[in-house]
Design a protein around this ligand. Sequence first.
Ligand code: NAD
Ligand code: G3P
Length: 333
Amino acid sequence: MTVAAVIGSGNWGTAYAAVLADAGCTVRIAARRDSIAAEINDRHTNAGYLPQLRLPDTVSATTSVAEALDGASIAVLAVPSQSLRDNLTVWRDLIPSDAAVVSLMKGIELRTGKRMSEVIEEVAGIGHDRVVVVSGPNLAHEIAARQPAAAVVASSSARMRSRVAEACATGYFRPYLGTDVIGTEIAGATKNVIALAVGIAAGMGMGDNTMASLLTRGLAETARLGTALGADPQTFIGLAGVGDLVATCASPLSRNRTFGYRLGTGMALEEVIAVTDQTAEGVKSCESILQLARSVEVDVPIVENVAAVVHDGRSPRDVLEALMSRARKHEGA
Ligand SMILES: NC(=O)c1ccc[n+]([C@@H]2O[C@H](COP(=O)([O-])OP(=O)(O)OC[C@H]3O[C@@H](n4cnc5c(N)ncnc54)[C@H](O)[C@@H]3O)[C@@H](O)[C@H]2O)c1
Ligand SMILES: O=P(O)(O)OC[C@H](O)CO
């Protein structure tokens, strides 16, 4: 019996815990709040995040990360990207020495420009052959409703990616194996920023042509950046690339799209932040992705203009005009 620990009891940590349990694992969730751990143990629900989900009896919860990780062969990390370093500094010695360490996170660290797998390797002091990234079109509420979806399970280690893929394969969750960790992570983090842009446009009243144009050109700049960083270009037309981009940009369930939408309707940034109580990774990662792109001299105009709205207070209408009046270029350039 595979024992998996899931650290983080928010939307995706909880939904992915259900996937692991449905696939036959014994799952221990580490929650920060006593009330959430008690609710999972007593009622098998986490209604504040996923009201429709009933967790299998093989899922338990604790507020002790040490207890959750004890004896686990899979350690899943599902906390906000910008908090990973500080958290992992406390947790690193608790991770069993032979466990696969799985990142569900879709963000790039501010200041360092590091991907989550890089932060894990550095802080936990483990090799890349222990780290696995799971990513794809996986809106937590739809997974929690057990609607069919697929994902990429990427790792440099064939043993670790097989272990994790086997542990999360169910009738409604289909993992594909991948080796391109860089591309998978760059795609997952950057699509959140493109979803912010699409949300802004939708909030301004723009329709499907605008969405499709942003999505397509967003994918182009994501692939340009990823490839410059060493990714396999094929990754961007796969599940972690176009798959996740379409799901996130099209869905009102997306926190990133919703954040952008609110900005696009004219709400002030502070107001949008105040009403957003869940993780919209693109809001912070637009800045770190922009810095990363500049470090390899890659042009990312949509990311740059989203950062201008979210961090420099420029108006959505201004940046839309700026994007539309850029110098003409070849589509493939
Ligand atoms: N929600 C989805 O549909 C989905 C799908 C795929 C990937 N992701 C990614 O998974 C990651 C987690 O997202 P989520 O949707 O579960 O977020 P969430 O906001 O629903 O939950 C975040 C969890 O982390 C905890 N947390 C918040 N701040 C923390 C801190 N400073 N230290 C430790 N724990 C903290 C919260 O208590 C909560 O348990 C993100 O990187 C996101 O991009 C989310
Ligand atoms: O709600 P979002 O915007 O964080 O997106 C959720 C997932 O990443 C979709 O795959």
